[in-house]
Design a protein around this ligand. Structure first.
Ligand code: GDP
Ligand code: IMO
Ligand code: MG
Length: 433
């Protein structure tokens, strides 16, 4: 075993600790060079996980994965889309084709759970209809049909991958019934037979890919293989633990990762939280440390904070300890990857939100009530910046002393070791300590 596997163990989970887009894809891509199988456990093509491959900014090639796990670029490794995911097959096929163009073959390396639910185009249509109907209460979804597909799943009328690959006539009948039901409810018109026909070719395309991935993963664990579970979205977008209703419709936390791939929690050795060195959020909902000033714009600009899925600008703010403390709590984080530290290099002074006050008292736990969260008074500490390029630092000691102090202060405040520090987009721009 190499040092990273010694540090983290055989089965590990990577989760977002804030509101998504923390940089999960980059660490997963790096770790998957050592892990045999990378498995996505939840969400669908609402995710956008960005990876840069190459040794210089000029020759770095960008990949954005929405459904395919971020381990796919390592040609000798396998990837799994678990039962907790919702899959829009045309999007998946586009991603597979994009990889083929880059000479990355998925044949025999990508497996999809027969229990994963399907997203159809009408789920995307319903997503838009529901958002419009909510008016100024809209969630700001990615319009990828995520909520409507998970609604069908929990309503027990969803259609699963196994339905598509185990006999087309029964699948077609289920799809027909489902579309009719939704047409009646939402009043749209849909070419049902055209949609059904589209899936005939898709079923052929999937030959050999749809399996019992829980069996596959548990068998791999028995054989001593290493497994990396890749979370999507972030802790505060989790359906149970997040800033409800401004959340996604799946379980995005570590417990959900086990459920979403069908392995027992006692199999997991480490839970790594991905934490941006500041905070961002895309879509609606409360954001206590948000900066609606020149500093916010500067973070957005230097950090390139635009959604990898929708292109929407991400809202930006200072690092927020209560946000990350809560992620430590609900995920049981054992290790942290602090990402995008380099983005802070041009700030003379950097602030950290350290506590929330409400009606004169400090809140000890993260509030469920959004009225409270929107009205907390945030207390900050201020730290000096380092005003120096850190993108070529290879070790912690090579970081300027003020950057080291910033990292150590966050580590002290959240109480979890920061084992990985991102100082740029590329694979080689990751300090391991
Ligand atoms: P994910 O959804 O959590 O995988 O994150 P996204 O890919 O949506 O957004 C993170 C963005 O930050 C991507 O454009 C990454 O290339 C970029 N990124 C990740 N880590 C670093 C880092 O340490 N420094 C810089 N400058 N960019 C980073
Ligand atoms: P990754 O994996 C950031 C947000 C949307 C919206 C809310 C609900 O790249 O970190 P949905 O389409 O899921 O019903 O939208 O969740 N959201 C994300 N924000 N990163 C993501 O994924 C997200 N996936 C969903 O913006 O606020
Ligand atoms: Mg993203």
């Amino acid at each position: 075993m190499t040092s990273i596997k010694n540090l983290l163990g055989q089965v590990i989970i990577v989760v977002g600790a804030q509101w998504g887009d923390e940089g999960k894809g980059k660490l997963v891509d790096i770790l998957s060079q050592e892990y045999d199988i990378t498995a996505r456990s939840a969400g669908g093509a609402n995710a956008g996980h960005t990876i840069y491959v190459g040794n210089t900014d000029e020759d770095a090639k960008k990949f954005v994965f929405h459904l395919i796990p971020s381990g796919m670029l390592n040609e000798d490794k396998e990837c799994v889309i678990g039962s907790g995911c919702v899959v829009h097959l045309p999007t998946l096929i586009d991603e597979i084709e994009m990889l083929k163009k880059e000479n990355v073959s998925v044949k025999g390396r990508l497996f999809i759970s027969d229990r994963a639910h399907l997203i159809f185009d009408y789920h995307q249509l319903i997503d838009r209809i529901q958002e419009e109907a909510k008016g100024d209460q809209k969630v700001g979804t990615t319009n990828r049909g995520i909520g409507p597909a998970y609604t069908d799943k929990s309503n027990r009328i969803g259609i699963r991958m196994g339905d598509l690959t185990n006999g087309f006539e029964a699948f077609a009948e289920k799809l027909r019934r489902n579309i009719e039901k939704h047409q009646e409810r939402y009043g749209f018109n849909y070419d049902i037979e055209k949609e059904i026909n589209k899936y005939k070719d898709i079923a052929d395309f999937l030959d050999g890919m749809v399996v019992d991935t829980s069996y596959h993963l548990n068998d791999a664990i028995k054989q001593g293989k290493t497994i990396l579970l890749e979370g999507a979205q972030g802790t505060h977008l989790d359906l149970d633990s997040g800033t409800y209703p401004f959340v996604t419709s799946s379980s995005t936390i570590a417990g959900g990762a086990c459920a979403g791939v069908g392995i027992g929690p006692k199999k997991v050795d480490s839970v790594i939280g991905i934490v941006k060195a500041y905070t961002t959020r895309v879509g609606e909902g409360p954001f206590p440390s948000e900066l609606e000033d020149a500093n916010g714009e500067k973070l957005q600009d230097i950090g390139g904070e635009y959604g990898a899925t929708t292109g929407r600008p991400r809202r930006c703010g200072w690092f927020d300890v209560p946000v990350v403390d809560y992620a430590v709590q609900v995920n049981g984080l054992t290790s942290i990857n602090l990402t995008k530290l380099d983005v802070l290099s041009e700030f003379d002074k950097i602030r950290i939100a350290v506590k929330y006050m409400y009606k004169g008292e400090e809140l000890k736990s993260f509030p469920a009530n959004l009225d409270i969260l929107e009205n907390v008074e945030v207390e900050y500490i201020e730290m000096p910046g380092w005003n120096e390029d850190i993108t070529e630092a290879k070790t912690f000691d090579e970081l300027p002393i003020n950057a080291q102090k910033y990292v150590l202060e966050i580590e002290r405040l959240v109480g979890v070791p920061i084992n990985f520090i991102g100082v740029g987009m590329r694979r080689d721009q990751m300090i391991v300590r």
